[in-house]
Design a binder for this molecule. Sequence first.
Ligand SMILES: N[C@@H](CCC(=O)N[C@@H](CS)C(=O)NCC(=O)O)C(=O)O
Length: 219
Amino acid sequence: MSLRIYGFWRSIASFRVRVALRLKGLAFEETSIDILSGEQFKPGYEAVNAERVVPTFIHDGHSIFQSLAIMEYLDDIQPEPRLLPQDSRERAYARSLALMTVADAHPLVTPRVRNHIAATFGADAKAIEDWGTHWTTEGLATYERLLARRVPAPFALGAEPGLADICIAGHVVTAQYLKLELSAFPVVARLADRCFAIPAFATSHPYEQPGYKTSGARH
Ligand SMILES: N[C@@H](CCC(=O)N[C@@H](CS)C(=O)NCC(=O)O)C(=O)O
């Protein structure tokens, strides 16, 4: 089986897919697409991913995009350990937690959005940082309210980490980029600590990727 992702060290969506692959023990290779310098817009990559974003996942030559779709596909081809529960209500809850960042918070802080508000509305670096801080904090607060209703035991849905934990951990990485204080979100912070104690999460962290070390830590 040949598995490859087109990703980028700083990409939270690429982080999600890396963690999912490693939790399942699937070996993969990663091709870096530098989304900060605009490599995603080059024709070669556009042919791989029409949306011009990372990640793209290639399984034996077959291409899949969108991190949530990729992670669910991984559950189909390698069911154990499961990322999504089998129970319908639990599965819906896991997807709901995941989508809070995948669909709602994370898209607002991607390079294309940051670049657009700068180019079209004149936002300077401080305004863009405030924008990112606002939406990332909103996401943290929502996760805190939800997780506090059902204290993680020890992960969001039970004994093992799954799709929801991967997505929440990625949201916490965005908070790290912005140097946000997590003390107001203790349940989220503890969940993230548990996740990053697991090698699949720790080795997938953006700051552990080869590209980070050669990047001069551009954010
Ligand atoms: N919903 C997509 C998000 C994809 C996405 O926006 N990826 C970012 C990196 S995390 C990207 O490639 N951005 C390029 C850009 O904004 O120009 C997923 O979860 O895969």
